[in-house]
Design a protein around this ligand. Sequence first.
Ligand SMILES: C[S@@+](CC[C@H](N)C(=O)[O-])C[C@H]1O[C@@H](n2cnc3c(N)ncnc32)[C@H](O)[C@@H]1O
Length: 246
Amino acid sequence: MKVFKELFYKMGRQVPGSKEYTLKAAEMAGLNNLPANSKVLDAGCASGNAAFVLLEKYPIVVAAVDVDANSLKSLEEKAAALNVSDRVSVYNKSMIDLDFESGSFDVIWSEGAIHNVGFYKGISYLKKFLKPGGKVVVSDLTWIKDNPPDEVFWYWKENYPDMTGIQENIKAMEKAGLKSVGHFVIGKDGFWDNYYKLMYTHINYFQQKFVKNSKAQEQLEELQTEINHFVKFGDYYSYVFFIGEK
Ligand SMILES: C[S@@+](CC[C@H](N)C(=O)[O-])C[C@H]1O[C@@H](n2cnc3c(N)ncnc32)[C@H](O)[C@@H]1O
């Protein structure tokens, strides 16, 4: 297994954010007004960080979609442990290759995953599964300040080539046929508290574990470089939640 994957499984969280940010987005999207058994499609759910926050707070059911079978297995185990298996179904499929009925979901949710298929492409595709008036909630890595220094601009150009600014993502959402309902930028706590601090500890652990594996060391170095960029340039980019309505 690639050391990246193993490290993220161990971390348990694969994207910056927090329970509080997920709930803030849910409130903005009006999940509190939804009747019981409303349907949420979580696209790129991984092992279900966001899904379990939503399931705990709202009487919803979740269709959890991811291309990674191991993450889905872990999600199913957690669902069983939390006694919510009857409210979760998993689909080991790409979020742009689904065969749900059109107009069958109240909410499409996707934290830190839409870039895998492209922000506009993903939203345009997923939108068809929403009921009229349904909401889309996506978080994506986004420039939040103009004129980033070359060093960080080119770093993300190479590692996250489609990254744009807030207004570009709002326009993409509107072009996909959704009304923009709101957006917010997560704070640095969302990067440090649940993500980079954990990652840092795990990098150290894996550096020892794979001490003779130069490929693994290279990958761990890449993660350390990402953290270093955030330390230096974390004012320029963040995850931004975008909320749209069909
Ligand atoms: C950063 S993680 C998402 C974290 C997750 N949303 C959460 O709440 O913790 C990105 C996920 O997207 C998944 N992924 C990548 N390409 C995908 C695709 N085409 N369709 C569905 N999932 C995809 C990866 O397997 C990974 O689990």
